[in-house]
Design a protein around this ligand. Structure first.
Ligand code: AMP
Ligand code: MG
Length: 496
């Protein structure tokens, strides 16, 4: 095909969709297209991710594709569906949630052979919208874009952001805000809540189909053994949440419908990274009891996995008592796996290349001193990289502590414990202790510029900074800094 300038044009709407979820029975989803919008305008395209998906980014910016990313056109091979799911929200079970403002366009097998969901978020109402408008405001779309891409760059499993478009329409929240649609890419959108949806309906046949689908798609090594499946999901969640905590990330809304069966971070509503370390830190405006506070996240993941186990009981055994005993036995593995992942992460952050019995106390004592002294989580660990090679660099880390002698006494113990070549140790530490995280005040400033002034430059710059989090670049030095007193953001909002 060629256009009138003679330039060959790819049929951009022919994406290589292969939609395994849409082949599951009709009660797993509702079939419907996205709702078209008035004036789609592309604001961001993730070219690296597009290439990973086997799509040519040059064709992605074409008007036809932008229409598709806004929900105004359906690509060939796409079978749009809204997925059904349930979930415990802040501990309360809701038997029907589902994609109330998202549409799965289909799945693509990427260049490494991994099947990925392509989903529009903010694409209009669905049968699962309840009282919602099915739309997303620009702010939350940009927040998800920045933070999910930052998580990916930090090496943490996550859903990704392929594109963001403005809809040309307003959405009404507390005020009228610009509407936007995010194109989200995920290993899948199957959640603990998806299993709960069928368990609540006592639909054992659907549970079995769903479990078989998950095994084939995410856990082929468990070869049809549902208990092995459960333990594999449990292991991925334990590793995931430990990795969040190793970078100071607070998810903020760890409901079972936001717990991915594939073990990816999903749902960047009220999430935030800590500046000053404190285990009780909460940002979400709706988390008044601190249920999803930083240091609770391991316990909450275990609680969510217990809910997952309940849905699988009929698949574990026909004998109820036996099924329950099996579930409990598997669940007990969580705390050990989580503690191992968390402490081995801390050990790497501290430059300890082997494991010794007192390491956990050493790490915990540092965290306690940081909490008592208002030390910045990211800067303290980044500063330790240099201090691990050269005691003269202690100056920088000491400066993080209200009482620097709290650091001095800890650092003395740490130095006695360090072994091996200092330069090697420093290099290894620099690869696990980021210089840049999407600090909340920076995120808020980028969103405000985009929403109030239509200025996307701060968003672009922040994205560039957090996309290479381990590499210090002098021109971005200010992005490593915590907020000034009057810049501090204490609350984040879901903005749904
Ligand atoms: P979330 O807080 O994003 O995890 O969403 C929880 C549930 O509310 C999901 O079922 C969403 O689809 C639904 N939801 C959130 N925002 C909206 C909205 N604006 N319109 C319709 N449904 C929504
Ligand atoms: Mg959600």
């Amino acid at each position: 095909m060629a256009n009138d300038t003679g330039v060959p044009v790819f049929d951009t709407l022919r994406w290589p969709f292969d939609n395994s979820y849409a082949r599951l029975p009709e009660r797993f989803y509702a079939r419907l297209p996205p709702t078209p919008v008035t004036a789609p305008r592309l604001i961001k395209l993730n070219e690296a991710l597009a290439r990973e998906l086997g799509l040519d980014p040059r064709h992605l910016a074409s008007p036809a594709t932008v229409d598709m990313l806004a929900g105004n056109r359906i690509a060939e091979g796409s079978e749009p569906i809204a997925l059904a799911y349930a979930g415990h929200q802040f501990g309360n079970f809701v038997p029907q949630l589902g994609d109330g403002r998202a549409i799965l366009l289909g799945e693509i097998v990427d260049t490494r052979g991994v099947r990925r969901d392509i989903q529009l978020k903010g694409s209009g109402p669905t049968p699962f919208s309840r009282r919602g408008d099915g739309r997303a405001a620009l702010g939350p779309v940009l927040r998800e874009y920045i933070v999910s891409e930052a998580m990916h760059a930090l090496g943490i499993p996550t859903t990704r952001s392929l594109a963001a478009v403005l809809t040309g329409e307003e959405v009404l929240r507390e005020t009228a805000l610009p509407g936007a649609v995010l194109t989200r890419v995920a290993s899948s959108h199957i959640r603990v809540g998806t299993f709960q949806y069928f368990a609540a309906r006592r639909d054992i046949e659907a549970l079995r189909l769903l479990a078989d689908h998950v095994i084939a798609r995410h856990y082929p090594e468990t070869t049809g053994d549902y208990r092995a499946l459960f333990e594999a999901v449990l292991a991925r969640q334990a590793a995931l949440v430990a990795r969040w905590m190793n970078v100071g990330f607070i998810h903020g809304v760890m409901n079972t419908d936001n717990t991915s069966i594939a073990g990816e971070t999903i749902d960047y509503g009220p999430c935030a990274f800590m500046d000053a370390y404190h285990p009780n830190t909460v940002f979400s405006s709706i988390d008044q009891g601190g249920r999803y506070a930083y240091a609770n996240q391991g316990r909450i993941a275990a609680w969510n996995l217990a809910r997952f186990a309940e849905t699988l009981l009929p698949l574990f055994s026909d004998d109820d008592d036996q099924a329950l005993a099996q579930a409990n036995e598997s669940l007990q593995k969580f705390s050990g796996l989580f503690a191992d992942a968390w402490f081995s992460g801390l050990r790497r952050k501290l430059g300890l290349s082997d494991a010794q019995p007192d390491d956990e106390k050493l790490a915990q004592d540092l965290l306690n001193a940081m909490a008592a002294n208002g030390a910045d989580f990211t800067l303290t660990f980044r500063g330790l990289c240099d201090a691990a090679a050269d005691p003269d660099a202690d100056r920088v880390v000491r400066g993080q502590f209200l009482d620097p002698t709290a650091y001095d006494s800890w650092a003395e113990r740490w130095r006695r414990r360090l072994s091996g070549d200092p330069a090697t140790r420093r290099a290894a530490m620099l690869m696990v202790n980021p210089a840049y995280i999407p600090r909340n005040h920076r995120v808020e400033a980028a969103l405000a510029a985009a929403i109030q002034d239509g200025d996307f430059q701060p968003f672009e710059t922040l994205l560039a900074v957090v996309s290479r989090p381990f590499e210090e670049r002098p021109e971005f030095a200010a992005y490593a800094e915590p907020p000034l007193e009057d810049e501090r953001v204490l609350r984040t909002f879901c903005g749904t």
